[in-house]
Design a protein. Structure first.
Length: 283
């Protein structure tokens, strides 16, 4: 029987609820032989995760999940085998983070203009990692400005809200180029969010492959058996590496468990072996 792995997880360094240490312990308890930590647009959790993974005897694949600007669609790219050392991906993330800090300030200004007075520290106290709209929503709840998280987004923070400012994102070309310059693999996360139409997702994968995409997340918590088979076939036809992961976040996604998704997920260890072969990593 192949060993079970999980190549898409989140910790408190972005928007997960387990610390990197707790996540590595949970990986061991779940019987995983390897786990990738892929927090959103940050590598901050990796040093802590690496230390605990070593203690637990679990292989840690370093990485992060990059938010892309691609045809206005919710496109995320997993940068696998890239870590926190200064490099091209870290440089791009620093540039984007500076733009997002400016975005946060602009949104606070827009909130003030409609009578909602939040200070930056009011928002930051709700975040342990990257500060964003969810933390603004929590600050608004705490201040009694809104009654629910959903109201904060529908009235103020969502794409049609009074204080919305678009998020700075990398283009696919910028992201893939940076990942390759850091000797990592660029893997498209949860393709079902881009399209569930066979011709459309094939066209998108073909285009991204032409830009240098290395792989695609075939095995994923929300993929049906039919969709998994579709993407598996496309990966084989387009010569893309196959990846898989639960997209585990902890308590914020209560039905999703590490390594098993909603129960039926099984990501085979041999997929990681193929990635290492592609990178010419020692086995």
């Amino acid at each position: 029987m192949h060993q079970r792995i999980d190549l898409h997880t989140h910790s408190t360094a972005s928007d997960g609820t387990l610390s990197p240490t707790e996540l590595m312990r949970a990986a061991k308890a779940a019987g995983l032989s390897a786990i990738a930590l892929t927090d959103h647009d940050t590598f901050e959790g990796l040093p802590e995760a690496r230390e605990e993974a070593k203690k637990q005897g679990v292989e840690l694949v370093p990485g992060c999940e990059l938010s892309l600007d691609y045809s206005g669609l919710p496109t995320h790219l997993l940068a696998l085998f890239v870590d926190e050392r200064p490099g091209h991906v870290v440089g791009e993330l620093t540039r984007v983070r500076q733009a997002r800090a400016a975005r946060n300030d602009l949104m606070l200004e827009k909130l003030k203009a409609v009578g909602v007075h939040l200070k930056r520290e009011d928002v930051e106290r709700h975040a342990t990692g990257v500060v964003g709209r969810p933390h603004m929503a929590q600050a608004m709840l705490a201040a009694g400005v809104v009654k629910t998280f959903e109201e904060a987004f529908s009235r103020f923070l969502g794409s049609s809200g009074l204080a919305y400012v678009p998020k700075a994102k990398l283009t696919p070309t910028e992201a893939i180029r940076a990942i390759h310059a850091d000797h990592g693999l660029a893997v498209l996360a949860h393709p079902y969010l881009l399209s569930q139409q066979p011709r459309q997702i094939e066209a998108m994968l073909t285009e991204l492959k032409s830009l240098g995409l290395d792989g695609v997340e075939v095995y994923y918590t929300e993929h049906s058996d039919k969709y998994t088979a579709l993407v598996e076939g496309l990966a084989q036809r387009l010569d893309l590496l196959m990846s898989g992961g639960s997209d585990f976040h902890g308590a914020v996604k209560p039905g999703v468990t590490l390594g098993r998704g909603r129960g039926g997920l099984f990501v085979r260890g041999e997929l990681l072996d193929r990635m290492k072969q592609a990178l010419q990593y020692p086995q």
